[in-house]
Design a binder for this molecule. Sequence first.
Ligand code: G
Ligand code: G
Ligand code: NA
Ligand code: MN
Length: 258
Amino acid sequence: VLLTREFQSALTRDQLTLVYQPIYNLKTGELSKIEALVRWTHPEFGVISPSVFIPIAETSGQIMSVGRWVLEQACLQACRWREHHGWAGTVTVNVSPVQFAQPGFVDEVKQALLLSGLPAHKLELELTEGAVIHSPTLVQTALRGLQRLGVEIAIDDFGTGYSSLAYLRDLPIGCIKIDRSFTEDLASPRRAPQYAVALITAIVGIARTLDLQVVAEGVETHEQVEAVRGLGCDFAQGYFFARPLDAGRMDELLDPGQ
Ligand code: G
Ligand code: G
Ligand code: NA
Ligand code: MN
């Protein structure tokens, strides 16, 4: 309750920031994508995780303004990286199902692209399975609208939601991000890694059939990098490569000679 009230002013008082985590192509080593992640730095409580304040913002309706801000900032930052570092990669932005289900969402995305000058195909929106699975008309329409714009769609935390596979075939989705719980099990002494191997193999098989990219999330060790590469994942992301970084640190990563 306290946080709900505090969050009212988070945006207007410039307490929200974005951090960025690189996503690498496992075949070429290129820094292909960068995921934008929002943070709330409260003057007293310090950094508050989006897993705490996003649900609050979803309930209060503030998710609309937060979501729009995140989208605009991420697109602007990606353009700076294109201009200053010649970076030709894709910026990925998490979208709340609540935000996604608003009728004006596609227009907001269009606005953020126009405002920033970012080419539409260099923006990828990360949706969870729950946001697309039921595919009511509004969701279908939004996805088609985004497809017409040229924006890419990824399914985040894949394998943890409702497991219907039909939507992968029927909707304009280009990428699946395998949830980090699968990656974690690959090198876990507690869980049997053969299940994770079998499941990731199956997911990659589905992705190949449907011509989807596959990102392995939560890669923390060299062993896991080699494992997900060997299993055919296209990209990987996780603490092994880098934690989410502020824009300045990401500048250094994009241009180490600077
Ligand atoms: O970055 P971190 O691991 O703390 O993120 C926790 C959760 O918050 C993740 O599920 C992540 O997808 C989500 N999240 C991070 N940034 C955003 C954002 O800008 N918008 C939405 N809707 N969710 C986000
Ligand atoms: O739900 P989503 O996949 O968007 O969550 C992204 C969050 O996962 C990021 O905010 C980041 O803090 C966290 N994360 C990224 N890489 C790793 C990792 O290697 N290990 C763990 N435990 N968390 C990670
Ligand atoms: Na994400
Ligand atoms: Mn995820």
